[in-house]
Ligand binder design. Sequence first.
Ligand SMILES: NC(=O)c1ccc[n+]([C@@H]2O[C@H](COP(=O)([O-])OP(=O)(O)OC[C@H]3O[C@@H](n4cnc5c(N)ncnc54)[C@H](O)[C@@H]3O)[C@@H](O)[C@H]2O)c1
Length: 125
Amino acid sequence: MINYRTVNGSFDLSGKTAIVIGGGGGIGGATAEMYAGKGANIAVVDCKDNVEDVAIELAAKYGVKTIGLRCDVTIQTEVENIVSKVVDTFGEINILANMPGYVELERASSIDIDVIERHIAINAV
Ligand SMILES: NC(=O)c1ccc[n+]([C@@H]2O[C@H](COP(=O)([O-])OP(=O)(O)OC[C@H]3O[C@@H](n4cnc5c(N)ncnc54)[C@H](O)[C@@H]3O)[C@@H](O)[C@H]2O)c1
């Protein structure tokens, strides 16, 4: 007879810290909310101005610690700065959800190389 270990399906994340890049909206916003609902502290990272508001709302709704940090992921120094701030604030990073998104729909025949490179820099970061 096999004795299976029981799995804790609640996936409690209390005390863990998650960085959610692209957390200002879309899939990243939903992911930040899901992790907060599981008890994780959240660093909401996005290039939008709303990051602090999103962080404050999550803290109020789920009783977790949050921080909102503006960052453009195409700029290396900005990414390094937010990592330092998250470690300074929460002590360590346990989860990275990397979900920034950018799309500019143009005809393939006329799309500029800079636009292609920006898609790669953001979506494949
Ligand atoms: N929505 C879908 O159906 C779907 C399906 C498959 C894959 N994806 C991929 O998932 C990712 C997120 O998609 P989404 O639908 O949530 O997009 P979205 O546009 O709703 O959200 C993307 C977030 O990324 C942020 N962002 C954009 N550029 C940034 C930058 N330079 N630095 C920091 N943040 C930046 C935006 O401000 C926004 O809050 C994308 O890479 C997308 O290609 C989405």
